[in-house]
Design a binder for this molecule. Structure first.
Ligand code: ZN
Length: 1014
C-alpha cells in the first residue's frame, strides 16, 4: 500500500469514528439521565419523583457538548498579555513559566496526598461516587446551598475545565452537570490522564495554578522534587486556596511582630507565614496515614516538622521589560472584570483567580518598541543625577525643617547604614540613647534610631531607614523593618519612650547585648532591614497616545526588578509649576483672557498681608508681561493673580475635566487655594499618569481621553468579554487648546524655562515643574505624536541637586529616541485663529513707539478676541538724563532728551513695597520733575566729565558717586565707610571711587523661595 493511500484510509477512519462518537454522546446523555434520575428517586424518596426527574432534565437541558479527549492539550491555560502589535508580553502567573508536568514525573507522595485528601477511591470509581453525590443532593435540597467536599477528582476537573464560568449557578443543577461531565471525562480519558490534568489545572493559591507552579511558588523547586511534607502542604491548599495558602502577602504597615516573615524584599509588601495552613496540613497527613500511604513513623515525624522553615518563596521572574506596565494591565483587567460581571465576580480574589487560570487573552496598548527604548534609558544610571543631600558629621542625611519659609533646623532622614549596623550585623543603640529603670526595665529613648508607634496590637518598634553608597557613588535607600520584641514585654511611658520589661531581658539574655563601649546591640535575628536597596533619586515616566488614550509605555521606578513594585507613575506627587497650564492658563484663555493679556509682575500679598509668592528669578519681579511670557518663564505672581480672578473652584472644575482625581476639596487641608491651584502645592499631588493625560487633552484639541492599558480581553475561545472604549471628555475648544499648545511650544522652542526639553527636528510643547526645595522635578509635554510626563524625585522627599532641568533633559532624551524615525509635523492650527502683531507691554496693537521700544511680536488670537486699541503704555517724554526725571526749564540742553517710557495702567509705588522695584521700572514714566537743575544750580555747576556714569549732583553741589562716596564742593571725599580724605592728602583719588562688583547673591538664599519655583 502506498503512503498516500494509507493517509486517506486513516482520514476515512477518523470521519467514521467522529460520527460514531456523536451518536455515542447522545446515547450517553440519555443513559446518564436515566441512571441519575433513578438513583435520585431511590435515595430521595420523600421528594416527588416528578420533581426529581424535572430537576435532572433541567440541569442537562443546556449542557454543551464537550470533547474531553482534548483536555490534555488544554492544560496550558495561562492568561496572556500581548502588546499593541500582538507580541507576547507575559504569560500571567506569579512565578516562573509554568510547564505542564507529566503524570510519571509527579512525585508519589504528592499523588498520594491528593488521593488521600480529595478522592480515596479515585482509581475505582466511574467519575462520581453515587453515595456521595446523593448525600450531597439531600444536603443541597435541605439547605439550598452548595455542599462541600463531595466532589471526586474527576468532578473537580470537570468543574475547572467546563464549569468555571457558572460558579453562581444553583448548586444542585451544577452538581448534576458536574457529574455528567465527569462521566464524559472518565469515558474519554485514562485515570492517569485525568489525574495529570487535575494536578495541572487546580488552583493552589498565591496565583499558582497547577502543582508545578505551586511547587515553584512555595518551595522554589519542581513538583517532581517535592518531599512528603511539601506534598502534604500543597494538597492541603486545595480545599480553600485563600485560607490554606501557606503565604499571606501583607502590606508592610500591617505586618506585626507576631508575623513570621518569609520574604521582605519587596518595597511595599511582605510575605508572611499563614498559621491557618497548619490545620489542614495536619488533616492531609492524617488521611495519608489512615489510607496507609505513609507509615506510623513517617506520620509522627512529619507532624512535628516546623513548616515555616520548609517554605522558600519562589524567585520573582525577570523579563526584558519591567513589570510596571503588565502589573497595571492586570489590575485594570481585574477591576474591569468586577465591574462588568458584578453578579458572577463578587470579590477581587475571584477576579484574580479568573485572570490566573482562565486562559484570558489580554490585548494591551503597550508599544514594546517604545517601552524598550524607555527601559534602556532608565537602565543607564548616567541619565540620572547623583544625590547631593546635606549630611551631618557622621554622614547621615539631613532634611531642612522650615518655619514660614526659613530653615529653622535639620532633621535626620536617612542613617548611613554603617552607623546603624555593626560589621557583624548587630543593630547598634548608642549608650546615650537608652537607660535602665530602678526595677531593671530597659528604657529606649525616643527620637533616635528606632521609632515607636501605637497600633491596635500594641507598640510597633521599627528601625529607621538607612542608606549605602556603592563604588559608583550611587545611593541606595533601605527601608527599616521591625524589632521583634514580643508584644507583652513592651510599652510606652508617658514621654513616649519604649519600656522593655526586665522579665524579657532576663528570659532572653541574648536579645540585647553590649559592645566594649557600652553600646546596646540587637542581634540580626531580632530586627529586620529590607535586604534590597532602592536607588535614589527615583523617577517615573508615562507615554500616552493622546488621540486614542492608549498608554504606550510606562515605567514606575528605576533599577527595580520584580512584580508588584511600588509604581511611581500612578502615585501622586506635588506637581509644582506643571499645574499652571492646566489649572490657570487654559481656564483663563477659555474665559476671555488672551495670550496677550497683560499682568503686572510686582510684589503681591497673601490674605495675611505677607509678600507672596516669590518668583524663581533673582531679579525679583519683571513688571508688565503677557500671559505668554508669564508661562514661558514660569513666573509665579501672574498665575496667582489669575487664580484670584478666575476663582479656585474654576481651576478645580477644569482639572476634573482633564481627568485629575486627586484634588482635595474638603477636610482640614484642601487644595481650594491659590497655592495649590496656581503653584502646585497640593495636598496629595497628581500622578504622572493623570498629569500626562491631562496635558494630552490640550494636545488632543481640547478633548480628554482617560488613558487605558488594554483594548480588549477575550476568553480562551476567543470570545470578547471586555472591551475598552475611549472615555472622552470635552475640556476646552480646539482654539483654546491650540493657543495653549503654541504658548508652551514657545517656552521650549523659543525661550523660557523649557528649552532643555527640545527635540531635534520635532515640534515640542510642554512645561516644567519644580516643587519647593527641589523635592520634585517634572517635565510634562507633547509632540504631534505623543504626550509624555517625566518625574524625578527622592522617595524620602529630600532635595535634588537641581530642579526641573533634570527632568527636561531626560524628557528630551526619551522623546529623541521615541521619535527617531518619525517625520516632524507642526501642531495643527484649527480654524478661527488669527495672527496679529501686538505690543507686549500693553497687549494692544503696536504704535511707532512700540516699534522703537522693540516690544512687538506676532501673536495668535481666537478670531474676534484680537485687540482693537493701540498701545497706550509706551509714551514719549522729555527727560533730564542726569536726574532721570521730567526735565524743567533749568535743565541744560545737553542733559535733556526725548525717551520712550512706560506708563503703567495701574501706577506702582515702590515705597509701598519696601522699595522693591520690578525690572521694567527703570523705564517707568517719572512723576517728579528734575531736582538737580534748580534755580540755584548755575552757581554750583561742576563738570562731571571725569566721574563715573551714574554720578548724581545734589543741589548744594555735592556729587554722589554710584558706590555711595560723596565729593563735596571743596574737593573733600567722604567714603561709604565714613573715612574722609581732604584735598590736601596727595593720594590716588581713583582708589576711593572704585566701583565694586555687586555682591554675588548667595545661592542658598536664592533657592529659598518660600514656594514653588519653575
Ligand atoms: Zn535736570
Amino acid at each position: 500500500m502506498s503512503e498516500s493511500n494509507g493517509r486517506r484510509s486513516r482520514q476515512n477512519n477518523d470521519k467514521r469514528s467522529n460520527k460514531t462518537k456523536t451518536k455515542a454522546k447522545k446515547k450517553n446523555k440519555i443513559l446518564f439521565f436515566l441512571q441519575i434520575s433513578f438513583l435520585l428517586i431511590i435515595v430521595i424518596g420523600f421528594v416527588g419523583a416528578g420533581v426529581t426527574v424535572g430537576l435532572v432534565k433541567a440541569a442537562l437541558k443546556d449542557v454543551k457538548p464537550v470533547d474531553p479527549s482534548k483536555i490534555p492539550m488544554m492544560l496550558d491555560e495561562n492568561s496572556v498579555i500581548f502588546d499593541s502589535s500582538g507580541n507576547l508580553l507575559e504569560k500571567i502567573q506569579s512565578t516562573g513559566l509554568r510547564t505542564v508536568v507529566k503524570y510519571e514525573d509527579i512525585d508519589e507522595d504528592l499523588k498520594n496526598a491528593f488521593r488521600a485528601t480529595e478522592d480515596r477511591t479515585f482509581f475505582e470509581h466511574q467519575g462520581f461516587n453515587y453515595r456521595r453525590l446523593a448525600g450531597a443532593m439531600i444536603e443541597g435540597l435541605k439547605n439550598q446551598r452548595m455542599p462541600k467536599g463531595t466532589s471526586t477528582i474527576t468532578q473537580q476537573l470537570a468543574r475547572n475545565i467546563y464549569l468555571a464560568e457558572i460558579k453562581s449557578e444553583k448548586s444542585i443543577t451544577r452538581k448534576i452537570k458536574e457529574a455528567y461531565y465527569a462521566v464524559q471525562i472518565e469515558r474519554a480519558l485514562k485515570k492517569e490522564q485525568i489525574f495529570e490534568a487535575y494536578l495541572n489545572t487546580i488552583y493552589l493559591g498565591s496565583g499558582a495554578k497547577g502543582v508545578q507552579a505551586a511547587a515553584q511558588t512555595y518551595f522554589s523547586k519542581d513538583a517532581k522534587d517535592l518531599d512528603l511534607i511539601e506534598s502534604a502542604l500543597i494538597a492541603g491548599i486545595t480545599q480553600s486556596p485563600t485560607r490554606h495558602s501557606p503565604f499571606v502577602t501583607k502590606n508592610k504597615v500591617n505586618v506585626s511582630d507576631d508575623d513570621y516573615i518569609l520574604d521582605d524584599s519587596d518595597e511595599l509588601y511582605t510575605i508572611v507565614f499563614n498559621e491557618d495552613s497548619l490545620d489542614r496540613f495536619g488533616d492531609v497527613l492524617y488521611f495519608m496515614r489512615i489510607n496507609d500511604f505513609i507509615t506510623e513513623a513517617e506520620y509522627e515525624e512529619a507532624k512535628n516538622v516546623d513548616l515555616k522553615t520548609k517554605l522558600k518563596p519562589g524567585k520573582l521572574k525577570n523579563t526584558d521589560i519591567s513589570s510596571f506596565f503588565t502589573d497595571l494591565v492586570k489590575n485594570e483587567v481585574i477591576e474591569a472584570l468586577m465591574a462588568e460581571f458584578p453578579d458572577e465576580i463578587t470579590t477581587r480574589e475571584q477576579a484574580q483567580n479568573m485572570l490566573y487560570t482562565q486562559g484570558l487573552q489580554i490585548y494591551s496598548t503597550l508599544d514594546l518598541g517604545i517601552q524598550t527604548k524607555l527601559e534602556n534609558i532608565y537602565a543607564n544610571n548616567g541619565n540620572f543625577p547623583k544625590i547631593t543631600s546635606k549630611k551631618d558629621k557622621a554622614g547621615n542625611i539631613l532634611k531642612p525643617v522650615k518655619k514660614s519659609g526659613r530653615i529653622v533646623r535639620y532633621t535626620l532622614v536617612l542613617y548611613k547604614q554603617e552607623n546603624l549596623i555593626s560589621k557583624d550585623s548587630h543593630l547598634i543603640i548608642p549608650k546615650d540613647q537608652f537607660k535602665y529603670s530602678d526595677n531593671g526595665d530597659l528604657i529606649l529613648l525616643k527620637n533616635n534610631r528606632l521609632t515607636f508607634s501605637k497600633t491596635k496590637d500594641g507598640v510597633l518598634v521599627r528601625v529607621k531607614d538607612s542608606y549605602k553608597v556603592n563604588d559608583k557613588n550611587e545611593l541606595f535607600s533601605y527601608k527599616g523593618g521591625s524589632v521583634r520584641i514580643p508584644p507583652q514585654y513592651k510599652f510606652l511611658d508617658k514621654g513616649n519612650n519604649l519600656i522593655v520589661s526586665s522579665e524579657f531581658l532576663q528570659s532572653t539574655p541574648d536579645f540585647f547585648t553590649k559592645d566594649s563601649n557600652g553600646n546596646l546591640l540587637i542581634s540580626k535575628d531580632n530586627y529586620s532591614i529590607s535586604s534590597k536597596g532602592t536607588i535614589q533619586p527615583q523617577s517615573s515616566a508615562v507615554i500616552v497616545d493622546y488621540r486614542t488614550g492608549e498608554l504606550k509605555a510606562l515605567i514606575g521606578g528605576r533599577n527595580i526588578k520584580g512584580q508588584k513594585q511600588f509604581n511611581r507613575a500612578i502615585n501622586p506627587r506635588q506637581p509644582g509649576s506643571s499645574i499652571k497650564p492646566l489649572a490657570i492658563y487654559a481656564p483663563a484663555l477659555d474665559n476671555g483672557w488672551t495670550a496677550a493679556s497683560i499682568i503686572d509682575d510686582v510684589p503681591h500679598y497673601d490674605g495675611k498681608g505677607n509678600r507672596w509668592p516669590k518668583n524663581w528669578y533673582r531679579d525679583g519681579f519683571w513688571g508688565l508681561m503677557t500671559i505668554r511670557k508669564a508661562l514661558q518663564w514660569s513666573s509665579n505672581v501672574p498665575p496667582v493673580i489669575l487664580s484670584e480672578r478666575i476663582g479656585v473652584s474654576t481651576s478645580v472644575d477644569y482639572l476634573k475635566k482633564m481627568g485629575i482625581t486627586t484634588v482635595v476639596e474638603s477636610g482640614s487641608r484642601t487644595d481650594m487655594n491659590s497655592s495649590a491651584m496656581a503653584l502646585g502645592g497640593m495636598t496629595n499631588g497628581i500622578s504622572p499618569l493623570e498629569l500626562t493625560a491631562a496635558y494630552g487633552s490640550l494636545a488632543n484639541k481640547g478633548v480628554h481621553i482617560k488613558p487605558y492599558s488594554f483594548t480588549k480581553v477575550t476568553d480562551k475561545n476567543g470570545t470578547i468579554i471586555l472591551e475598552n472604549k475611549p472615555l472622552k471628555n470635552y475640556v476646552v475648544s480646539p482654539q483654546v487648546a491650540f493657543l495653549m499648545t503654541d504658548i508652551m511650544r514657545s517656552g521650549v522652542e523659543e525661550q523660557g524655562v523649557g528649552t532643555k526639553a527640545r527635540v531635534k527636528n520635532m515640534s515640542v510643547a510642554g512645561k516644567t515643574g519644580t516643587t519647593s526645595d527641589k523635592i520634585d522635578a517634572w517635565f510634562v509635554g507633547y509632540t504631534p505624536y505623543y504626550a509624555t510626563g517625566v518625574w524625578i524625585g527622592n522617595d524620602l522627599q529630600t532635595a535634588l541637586p537641581d530642579g526641573s532641568k533634570l527632568s527636561a533633559i531626560l524628557w528630551s532624551k526619551i522623546m529623541t529616541e521615541v521619535h527617531k524615525d518619525l517625520p516632524d509635523k507642526e501642531f495643527e492650527k484649527p480654524e478661527g485663529i488669527v495672527r496679529v502683531a501686538i505690543d507686549t507691554k500693553s497687549g494692544k496693537l503696536p504704535t511707532e513707539l512700540s516699534q522703537q521700544a522693540g516690544t512687538v511680536r506676532s501673536e495668535y488670537f481666537i478670531e474676534g478676541t484680537q485687540p482693537k486699541e493701540r498701545d497706550d503704555v509706551h509714551v514719549e517724554a522729555v527727560i533730564c538724563e542726569e536726574s532721570g526725571k521730567l526735565a524743567t526749564e533749568y535743565c541744560p540742553d545737553t542733559s535733556i532728551g526725548k525717551r520712550i517710557m512706560v506708563k503703567r495702567p495701574v501706577p506702582y509705588n515702590p515705597e509701598e513695597h519696601d522699595g522693591i522695584v520690578p525690572t521694567d521700572f527703570k523705564d517707568e514714566l517719572p512723576t517728579e520733575y528734575c531736582d538737580i537743575h534748580t534755580s540755584n544750580f548755575i552757581e554750583n555747576n561742576v563738570p562731571l566729565d571725569d566721574l563715573p556714569i551714574g554720578t548724581m549732583v545734589l543741589p548744594n553741589g555735592t556729587k554722589v558717586l554710584p558706590d555711595g562716596s560723596k565729593i563735596l564742593i571743596d574737593g573733600t571725599i567722604i567714603y561709604p565707610d565714613g573715612t574722609i580724605k581732604h584735598p590736601s592728602d596727595n593720594s590716588n583719588s581713583e582708589e576711593g571711587t572704585n566701583l565694586q562688583e555687586p555682591d554675588t547673591v548667595d545661592s542658598n538664599e536664592s533657592n529659598d523661595n518660600n514656594g514653588y519655583d519653575w
